[in-house]
Design a protein around this ligand. Structure first.
Ligand code: GLN
Length: 457
């Protein structure tokens, strides 16, 4: 049914970059056979799933939304892909994304923009916009996204989905094409909090192949979602972050978004939560710090795309030396946003500037972490904010204005920089378009996100 739906509507949405109909049908048939034979089945046997194209998949094209990886078929599975496979899921295909996950609208994909199922003239968020559009458009029941500075939560918010960025280190990064290694996390995008919790349980947990993977038992996320769904938040202290859309900090926020967010907070209060306003002064610096740290790490990570090891190679006709082939390949293989970040990052890391830019940004990162610790230390269980300052904006509106594009990350960056879990759940509509409410929790307390998120649902 999902393959039929993709066939019928993905021409308009462009949510998938690659659909493997034959393998999907064969995997599904194998599940049917095993079930009929009474064999033991995986926890998610026969359930279809879509993967963001930043997730490496054995034998299945993986581009990370870039020309430079066109034609590359990886020889192995990312841990996330392997765990979903082992659980018996059926891979529908790989979803569109901003090139190397850099962007907030999926317009930076080398393979054309994805459209928002709610309004085809609007963006589905980014960088996991193919995943959000596929799930919101009923072309997949759920999907894996990745989030470096908001790329699971913001696309979920603007398409009316649930999206969770796990605690940094709780889902393996092995086999995710690296953007900013100290920030990247994979996580679930789904239509309900319970679905997101279930996928998180399957993909999460320790992985010795990722040196930043946390060796702690996976928490019972599904149970937390079920508990939250009972709708009783008595005893839960919710902190509303002043710096994220509160009094004196509403610049850049759409009034309709703030209205839906405040209605969501009132709903939490009505369910028994104690609501307090909390100040996190360093959050104002998150955007500036992120746009130094992420490009710095990207400039280092992307140096592996040299025209030799993967995918595209340009000008290798025997008339040019290695440096020329490398330069030509990168010139044609990388899009403008990726080049901008490589240049920014290389500059920020260069001798003489390192302390002034990268070093300062790392200090801000520490201060942001301290703001969270102070809030949680004062007895607050979770912090909340809008997920995105605006609803889905029109395609084309921000493509020529990187700063306007970066503003989409205002609310999601603090939890990213601090490595904390954060979920986006729908909290109403503004001008007929979905608005998301973000719930942030202490490290490894992802279950709180699922509990509070499910209560709001
Ligand atoms: N929009 C942010 C950026 O462009 C976040 C992207 C992400 O989380 N992958 O970097």
């Amino acid at each position: 049914a999902h393959l039929d739906a993709i066939e019928a509507t993905d021409g308009a949405l462009n949510s998938y970059l690659h659909v493997d109909t034959e393998t999907a049908l064969a995997t599904a048939a194998e599940v049917d056979r095993a079930r009929a034979a009474g064999e033991e089945l995986g926890r998610l046997a026969g359930v279809p799933v879509a993967l963001k194209d930043v997730v490496v998949t054995d034998g299945v094209p993986t581009t990370s939304g870039s020309r430079i990886l066109e034609g590359w078929r990886p020889p192995y599975d990312a841990t996330v892909a392997a765990r979903l496979k082992a659980a018996g899921t059926v891979l529908l295909g790989k979803t569109n994304m901003d090139e190397f996950a850099m962007g907030s609208s999926t317009e930076n994909s080398a393979y054309g923009p994805t459209r928002n199922p709610w309004d085809h003239d609007r963006i589905p968020g980014g960088s996991s916009g193919g995943s959000s559009a596929a799930v919101a458009g009923f072309l997949a029941p759920w999907a894996v996204g990745t989030d470096t500075g908001g790329s699971i939560r913001q696309p979920a918010a603007v398409t009316g989905l649930v999206g969770h960025k796990p605690t940094y280190g709780s889902v393996s990064r092995y086999g995710l094409i690296a953007f900013s290694s100290s920030l990247d996390q994979a996580g679930p995008m789904a239509r309900t909090v319970a679905d997101a919790a279930l996928m998180h349980e399957v993909i999460g947990g320790h992985d010795p192949r990722d040196s930043t993977s946390i060796d702690a038992p996976a928490a019972p996320y599904v149970a937390a979602a079920q508990q939250g769904a009972q709708g009783d938040l008595t005893g839960t202290v919710v902190g509303v972050v002043r710096e994220l859309g509160g009094e004196g900090h509403t610049d850049g926020y759409e009034p309709g978004v703030l209205e839906a967010f405040r209605a969501g907070v009132e709903q939490l209060r009505a369910l028994g939560a104690e609501v307090r306003e909390v100040s996190c002064p360093s959050f104002d610096l998150a955007l500036a710090a992120y746009y130094l740290i992420a490009p710095s790490e990207a400039s280092s990570n992307l140096s592996r795309f040299d025209g030799v090891r993967y995918g595209l190679r340009v000008g290798d006709d025997g008339s040019r030396d290695l440096d020329e082939v490398m330069a030509l390949t990168r010139e044609q293989g990388f899009g403008p946003e990726v080049k901008r970040r490589i240049i920014l990052g290389t500059y920020a890391l260069s001798a003489g500037y390192y302390e002034a830019y990268y070093g300062q940004a790392q200090k801000v990162r520490t201060l942001i972490g301290r703001d969270f610790l102070t809030a949680f230390g004062d007895g607050v269980d979770v912090l909340v904010s809008p997920t995105s300052p605006s609803v889905a904006f029109p395609i084309g509106q921000r493509v020529d204005d990187p700063l306007a594009m970066y503003a989409a990350d205002l609310c999601t960056l603090p939890a990213s920089l601090a490595g904390l879990p954060a979920i986006s759940v729908p909290c109403g509509l503004s001008e007929g378009l979905p608005v998301g409410l973000q719930v942030m929790a202490p490290a490894l307390a992802d279950d709180r996100c699922y509990r509070v998120g499910a209560a709001l649902e």
